[in-house]
Design a protein around this ligand. Structure first.
Ligand code: GLU
Length: 491
């Protein structure tokens, strides 16, 4: 496999990384890792008005939290690598040099129009029901045959060479566009910064990027990029990167594009809530990619082995938080207890505050019991609090219970009293408790949904718990019987 693969993630520091951004980063990382290549992080900060302070750092923290370490770029030692700087606002000299090359070749010119004049052209085109093309208003050469010279105080435009294009996208397949897609776009703005359209082409060329993996918003501009590549002599097989366009991420309904209301959060928030990095990576990879089998749970190593751009789907991928919860549960179940125990205490402590008074061994037992049902670590207090605190008797647990609400209180009381007597004779080992509980079931002729629910509610005061015998064994005899007594008093 080629070792020259170089991919990059090139976010703009304009806010937190949404799942779409992370997916682009992840796929670029996977392509690089699979080929033993290089993954680059570059910050595209040429739109100063949209920049959000701290966002560059946040992006780095998010990638690191997911284990998507980069080899070159922002935040790496020694200037980030051999092609630095990796922050666009620090690369202005490069853009200027490339702009001058285009000017010298007669392929760029100073934009002579004010914004109001351009607006007037646009309105003319609209009135004539024609698409607005700036190149229809391209200024003519002067008496010496020169295009308007550029002194940096105005925008610099590309002098395009309109033509039809067909190109291959590693995900979307063969695409084409007519010459109406090509226009004289801005290379350098009058504020001295390059546009994205220009800067990314310069950077990808200087950084020897082999794969440009990015979102769909750039497809309609791709013919312009191809035209500029040609003007720069960057041709397919001779430095022009492969293009791969990611499918949209859709909301849970599978129709509209994902919005914040659909529950997609900052990945660092997911991590703080106790989602495992390996789940997030698995989940994000699954939005638009599968290996063609039924497999849904992938380790990061498996993804590195099996990922391919060719298997990324063209159509939109659904963001489904329920699936994320299920996946995290599956990853949590696959952890050994030591790892799970460590992850529940650091870097965040997820235990309910009362747990600090209890020995490690007790907490580990509890964790072993709830591991099966834990979907994210922040749920831990809700699932385990009753192991640490005697919760007050909650009458609604019985009055709101599907089965128990149909039974007369006197009968419930008698059932619970009989249960207490039976449990009193138990040594509270799981085996013995299981025995005693099954005997009780037979003797009382009750359904487990009645008898076991009653004992469970009495001994936990929680709407759910791990298996009854396991729960009672961990709570211990004294505490369990005390709690049953309190419930009896209230019935
Ligand atoms: N800065 C662009 C963005 O954040 C990057 C697009 C690209 O990867 O080329 O959308």
């Amino acid at each position: 496999m080629s070792h020259t693969v170089r991919t990059r993630f090139a976010p703009s520091p304009t806010g937190f990384l949404h799942v779409g951004g992370i997916r682009t980063a992840l796929f670029a990382w996977l392509v690089a890792r699979q080929a033993g290549g290089t993954f680059i992080l570059r910050l595209e900060d040429t739109d100063k008005a949209r920049e959000v302070e701290g966002s560059g750092q946040h992006i780095q923290d998010s990638l690191r939290a997911l284990g998507l370490e980069w080899d070159e770029g922002v935040g790496k030692p020694d200037g980030g690598g051999p092609h630095g700087p990796y922050i666009q606002s620090q690369r202005l000299a490069s853009y200027k040099l490339w702009a001058e090359k285009l000017i010298a070749a007669g392929r760029a010119y100073a934009d002579p129009y004010t914004p109001a004049e351009v607006q007037a052209f646009r309105e003319q085109a609209q009135a004539a029901r024609q698409p607005f093309l700036y190149r229809n208003h391209r200024p003519g050469p002067d008496a010496n045959g020169n295009l308007p010279a550029w002194d940096g105080s105005t925008a610099l435009r590309f002098k395009s060479d309109p033509k039809d294009y067909q190109w291959h996208d590693e995900v979307m397949g063969d695409l084409h566009a007519g010459d109406e897609a090509i226009d004289d776009f801005i290379l350098m703005k009058s504020d001295g910064y390059p546009t994205y359209n220009f800067a990314h082409i310069v950077d990808d060329a200087e950084m020897e990027v082999t794969h440009v993996i990015r979102g769909q918003e750039f497809v309609s501009s791709t013919p312009n990029y191809l035209n500029l590549y040609e003007a720069l002599g960057i041709l397919p097989g001779q430095g022009r990167p492969l293009l791969a366009t990611m499918p949209h991420i859709l909301g849970p309904d599978g129709k509209k594009k994902l919005s914040k209301r659909d529950g997609a959060k900052d990945v660092l928030d997911y991590i703080r809530d106790g989602f495992l990095p390996e789940t997030l990576v698995n989940f994000i990879a699954s939005m638009g990619w599968n290996d063609g089998s039924e497999q849904e749970i992938f380790s990061i190593d498996e993804l590195v082995q099996k990922f391919s751009l060719a298997k990324v789907q063209k159509s939109g991928a659904r963001f489904d938080e329920q699936r994320l919860l299920w996946m995290n549960g599956a990853h949590i179940r696959s952890l050994d207890l030591d790892t799970l125990y460590t992850l529940c205490q650091a870097p965040y402590d997820y235990w309910p505050p009362e747990a600090t008074d209890y020995p490690e061994e007790y907490r580990r037992q509890i964790l072993g019991l709830v591991q099966e049902r834990l979907k994210f670590f922040k749920e831990l207090p809700e699932l385990t609090r009753f192991f640490f605190v005697d919760l007050p008797v909650d009458p609604e647990l019985i009055s709101g219970h599907k089965q128990l609400k149909k039974v007369e209180p006197a009968e419930l009381k008698e059932l619970l009293a009989r249960s207490r007597t039976a449990l009193e004779t138990s040594d509270f080992s799981v085996d013995d408790l299981t025995h005693k509980l099954n005997d009780l079931l037979e003797q009382t002729g009750q359904k487990p949904a009645v008898l076991f629910s009653l004992i469970r509610i009495a001994s936990t005061q929680a709407p759910s718990s791990p298996g009854l015998a396991d729960t009672l064994a961990v709570l211990g005899k004294e505490r369990s019987l005390q709690r049953i007594d309190r419930q009896l008093e209230s019935l």
